[in-house]
Ligand binder design. Structure first.
Ligand code: APR
Length: 259
């Protein structure tokens, strides 16, 4: 378990950092009730083959099956709330505008729903739709198109979820901004990711090479532990409030805010 000294050291690094980047993964939303991907038994990839459910080939092979799985995930995310970890990040950003950037692999929108404004979504947005093939004049998103998945009545183009699937490129502008954030941060918090998927996981190495301190927050070992200056064994909803809004800091903040 973490020693008080380890947590105090990370709190000091947070206080000293003018720029903090936070790389989050599925574990960030676990305490909201959203399944992760690689946790044994409960992770999505313990139940489904990722290539069947999160690739263009898988979607083309069985569009209804994939569309229904994403519809199930959308309903699941709509039914949950951001947890104390999401809220701690959002409140810190509100108290310190411009000092904290969230770079998330998650597509659930929970950082934004908690109030975070500086959020870079590396893997897209679960709630967004896009066309499978290049849209033609007849392809109009937003219209109530029937079908699972919806199909353009004019040309049969399929609607797919607006997420990045395996084998697809991340949005270039978002990845550039994420790399900038990692390289300019004095501190990178890596929260709730197995560190198994690149280029997202590479941001931890980029930050370290650029001179940032790297802190892992994860109840279990991850592939990025070796890149870290500190590894805090615990969950997002437990540790982030302790690190970002310790009671003393919160009280001081409340007093200054009243002035
Ligand atoms: N708090 C913090 N971390 C947690 C918690 C929690 N409450 N619960 C689980 N974890 C950790 C697990 O120990 C694991 O290391 O979160 C991590 C989740 O790992 P994955 O399920 O692999 O999720 P992630 O790393 O985000 O996957 C990256 O892979 O399948 C693709 O596109 C998908 O964005 C995803 C990417």
């Amino acid at each position: 378990m973490n020693t008080p000294q380890e947590k105090q050291a990370v709190r000091a690094w947070i206080a000293q950092a003018t720029h903090i980047a936070v790389l989050t993964g599925a574990g960030m939303s676990a305490e909201s009730g959203v399944p992760t991907f690689r946790d044994a038994q409960t992770g999505y990839w313990a139940q489904f083959n990722p290539q069947d459910m999160a690739s263009e080939r898988g979607f083309r092979a069985a569009p209804a099956r994939v569309w229904d799985w994403y519809a199930h995930r959308r309903a699941g995310v709509a039914a949950v709330q951001p947890n104390a970890g999401h809220q701690a990040l959002a409140q810190f950003e509100q108290r310190h505008p411009g000092r904290l950037t969230v770079v998330t692999q998650n597509v659930d929108g929970l950082h934004q729903r908690a109030g975070s404004r500086s959020v870079l979504c590396l893997h897209g947005d679960l709630l967004a739709d896009r066309w499978l093939d290049a849209p033609r004049a007849c392809c109009r998103l937003g219209a109530a198109i029937p079908g699972s998945p919806p199909r353009c009545p004019g040309c049969g183009n399929l609607v797919r979820p607006g997420v990045v699937w395996f084998g697809e490129n991340l949005p270039v502008d978002v990845l550039d901004a994420a790399q900038q954030a990692a390289q300019s941060a004095e501190l990178l918090l890596v929260v709730g990711t197995a560190g198994a998927v690149y280029p997202a996981a590479g941001l931890a190495h980029l930050a370290r090479q650029a001179g940032a301190r790297v802190v892992i927050i994860n109840p279990a070992p991850s592939e990025l532990d070796s890149a870290a200056h500190a590894v805090l064994r615990g969950t997002a909803a437990q540790l982030l409030p302790q690190l970002l809004c310790p009671p003393g800091v919160e009280r001081v903040n409340r007093e200054t805010e009243r002035v």
